[in-house]
Design a protein around this ligand. Sequence first.
Ligand SMILES: *[C@@H]1O[C@H](CO)[C@@H](O)[C@H](O)[C@H]1NC(C)=O
Ligand SMILES: *[C@@H]1O[C@H](CO)[C@@H](O)[C@H](O)[C@H]1NC(C)=O
Ligand SMILES: *[C@@H]1O[C@H](CO)[C@@H](O)[C@H](O)[C@H]1NC(C)=O
Ligand SMILES: *[C@@H]1O[C@H](CO)[C@@H](O)[C@H](O)[C@H]1NC(C)=O
Ligand SMILES: *[C@@H]1O[C@H](CO)[C@@H](O)[C@H](O)[C@H]1NC(C)=O
Ligand SMILES: *[C@@H]1O[C@H](CO)[C@@H](O)[C@H](O)[C@H]1NC(C)=O
Length: 312
Amino acid sequence: MRIIAFALLLASAACAAQRRALPVNSTSVSHYGKIAFQSSSNGSVTRATFNNPPINLVDAFVVSDLFDFLHSLQPAPNKTTPKVVVFDSANPDWFLGHYDLHNIELPFTTTKSDIFNQVIDCTRYILNTTSTAFIAEINGRTIGLGQELSIQMDMRFAGPHALASSFENSIGLTAAAGGQPFLGPVIGKARAMEYLLAAKAFDGPTGERLGLFNTYYDTTEQLQSEVSALAERIALFPQHSLNDTKVTLSLLNPTIASLNDQLARFIPLMDLPEDQATVAKFIEVSGNQTNSLFELDIPESSVQAVRNGVYL
Ligand SMILES: *[C@@H]1O[C@H](CO)[C@@H](O)[C@H](O)[C@H]1NC(C)=O
Ligand SMILES: *[C@@H]1O[C@H](CO)[C@@H](O)[C@H](O)[C@H]1NC(C)=O
Ligand SMILES: *[C@@H]1O[C@H](CO)[C@@H](O)[C@H](O)[C@H]1NC(C)=O
Ligand SMILES: *[C@@H]1O[C@H](CO)[C@@H](O)[C@H](O)[C@H]1NC(C)=O
Ligand SMILES: *[C@@H]1O[C@H](CO)[C@@H](O)[C@H](O)[C@H]1NC(C)=O
Ligand SMILES: *[C@@H]1O[C@H](CO)[C@@H](O)[C@H](O)[C@H]1NC(C)=O
């Protein structure tokens, strides 16, 4: 079953790779071409650039490429890993989109469950890789699963086009994969309640004020140069110091047990008939999760869809 699923994944990925040219001059590219890499400081700093047009949907291919990359950062004897990874995007409108909701439509096949588990593994790698600092350089939308991945990184910096939102409550779900458990510690319980329960979005200045973003920069150039300068500065110092700081501050993370508990509560919500109907309608009104006005206007478009009874 797993072998068949993997073969299918490979076949459709080959088509996808042919269609999509990467705009960045990269030193290397991930298996499905969804992430391009550039290194500096002799490999101490890596820029990992997401690129999955048109909306950087977090689909099976993005998940697989992210998993492979994060897996490659695991420390091993005599292995050199980057001290800093900066995630950015080749898409001016999107840092990372939401999860490919086809993958939570029933029936929940082995393939879909494998992709889901790989998402969870990605988040676990972000949390347990203590020898590399992860920085999200956000200058576009980071929505749903995109926001859940961003919020688990060590630092987030925002540019003029940044917009972050966990909009899942508006479709009868919740921000799984860490989105809810991390927002509380990052911005405080009452504000996390406001932004999660009401499916609100943070723009750059608001996110900075509330502590979601370390710093907001008015221009794209300033964002990129300041983040690069920070990464290069961190990379001057020994990796064992970095590792110890990450191990220490990881104590502030929600426990793995609490993250697992939240996931266990998410699955039954996903299975509710009314939420399955909402997801199907969402896929329809978003133009099949493509570059539609609906996608560009999440979370407001999704809130409006609830008001107008579109999801019923
Ligand atoms: C990419 O960069 C390398 C090294 O800087 C250069 O030699 C090469 O010509 C560039 N490739 C493209 C397609 O711009
Ligand atoms: C990179 O390595 C080369 C050769 O070992 C060395 O000359 C250079 O100074 C290094 N650069 C940095 C930024 O560490
Ligand atoms: C790591 O490198 C050292 C020094 O070159 C060598 O003695 C040791 O066997 C290597 N360890 C592994 C696991 O390769
Ligand atoms: C980190 O997470 C990955 C993915 O879940 C897991 O395979 C690995 O064993 C974990 N490593 C540590 C050191 O906890
Ligand atoms: C990071 O620190 C932890 C805790 O001391 C240790 O177990 C681990 O081996 C260290 N990792 C690296 C890559 O130094
Ligand atoms: C919707 O998009 C997916 C790819 O994300 C594609 O496989 C599927 O055929 C599309 N469905 C329709 C009805 O266009």
